[in-house]
Design a protein around this ligand. Structure first.
Ligand code: FMN
Length: 357
């Protein structure tokens, strides 16, 4: 049974509540298996550490992105405003949550547009489903004067929703049509189940230039949807998906520099972010923890973002990297444990990461 425009705002609010009540996972994103080799002679000054990054043709002061979270219900306007103020303070890119509700009901547009008002010069990403009509995607971009458009893939979540989609035929063609129909770069993202190399290649073949792997180990929409229904979900299904580190390396290996890649899903510290960047991610995204902080207070959100940026700089200095290029090219990264097993099973050698010169 398809969801109508009156039911959707209630679901958006339930997602926020569910994310605040539920722990991450189960399953692990893989960052605890990744170690950055300490450099005892970094020859760097803390003030030299440069976090600037580049995403979809724009230079950004931070490699950390506030990923797609919310909008589409009256109460979310305040949250998007606070997220945008935080993004502006740190020069971060920011995505909004799915805008379909506001395309169908224009009175909800302001719950998204507040982001552009608070952050006029910001790198703002619009967001729709990968199955959305091209016109919906175009209106979502225009609504925000967006700099890029995220299109999300969320098959497990749809299957877990009574009102969710059941047919996923034609999604790739639709993404191609969306890309041809909007005037900004299109980023294809998951929502917490990861992207594998083969599918990344298919997206590259249709001309997609940026992906967000959004792997397993952080916010889990199977758990959130089960919580929303007041049901227990079979534990085996709850652990579905590719861990973020595995997904990141699978995609990087399969696409060999043809796309920019954001790592997200279970990034929970500045150190996690630096690990992802050292493995080759262009950007790093966070969603769930930012919601939890913001529900406490806007001050807490800003303080935590400050701390995350300091932790990124600290970790970079300790491995001797002055900027993201040095981090990717010169820092040695050791990958152990289950993540190494996954990678070996996928034919990806961990040795080159550990033996950079
Ligand atoms: C409350 C909430 C709502 C979300 N809504 C969307 C959405 O509308 N569109 C989307 O692409 N991703 C959405 N996401 C997924 C995030 O963008 C991200 O991919 C995922 O949560 C994994 O990152 P995390 O572990 O840091 O939360 C949402 C996440 C949260 C926490």
């Amino acid at each position: 049974m398809a969801e109508n425009s009156r039911q959707r705002p209630a679901r958006k609010l339930a997602h926020l509540q569910g994310v605040c009540q539920l722990p991450d996972g189960p399953g692990d994103p893989g960052f605890r298996d990744v170690f950055l080799l300490h450099n005892c002679l970094p020859e760097l000054d803390y003030s030299q550490i440069d976090l600037s990054s580049s995403w979809c043709g724009r230079k950004l002061a931070s490699p950390l992105v506030i990923n797609a979270i919310t909008g589409g219900a009256a109460a979310t306007k305040r949250l998007n405003a606070a997220l945008a103020r935080a993004a502006a303070r740190f020069g971060m890119g920011m995505a909004v949550g799915s805008q379909t509700a506001a395309v169908e009901d224009e009175t909800l547009a302001e719950t998204f547009q507040v982001v552009r008002q608070e952050y006029p010069e910001g790198f703002i990403m619009a967001n729709v489903s990968a199955t959305a009509p091209v016109q919906t995607a175009l209106k979502a971009v225009q609504m925000l004067r967006a700099d890029a458009l995220q299109v999300h893939l969320n098959v497990p979540q749809e299957l877990a929703m009574a009102e969710g989609e059941r047919s996923f035929v034609g999604t790739l063609e639709n993404i191609k049509a969306i890309q041809a129909g909007v005037p900004v770069p299109v980023i294809v993202k998951e929502v917490g189940f990861g992207i594998a190399g083969r599918e990344a290649r298919r997206l590259v073949e249709i001309g997609i230039k940026a992906l967000d792997v959004a792997g397993k180990g952080g916010t889990n929409f199977l758990a959130v949807e089960a919580w929303r229904r007041g049901e227990e979900l079979a534990p085996a299904l709850l652990n579905w998906g590719l861990p973020t580190v595995v997904s990141l390396l699978d995609v990087l290996q399969a696409t060999a520099g043809q796309v920019q890649v954001m790592a997200s899903g279970g990034v929970r510290s500045g150190l996690d972010a630096v690990k992802a960047l050292s493995l080759g991610a262009d950007m790093v995204g966070m969603a769930g923890p930012l919601v939890r902080m913001l529900m406490e207070s806007e001050e807490l959100l800003q303080a935590e973002l400050e701390r995350l940026h300091e932790e990124m700089r600290t970790a970079m200095l300790m491995c001797g990297a002055a900027n993201l290029t040095e981090l990717r090219e010169r820092v040695n990264v050791i990958i152990l444990g289950e993540t190494k097993d996954w990678l070996q099973a996928r034919g990806i050698s961990v040795r080159p990461f550990a033996c950079r010169v």
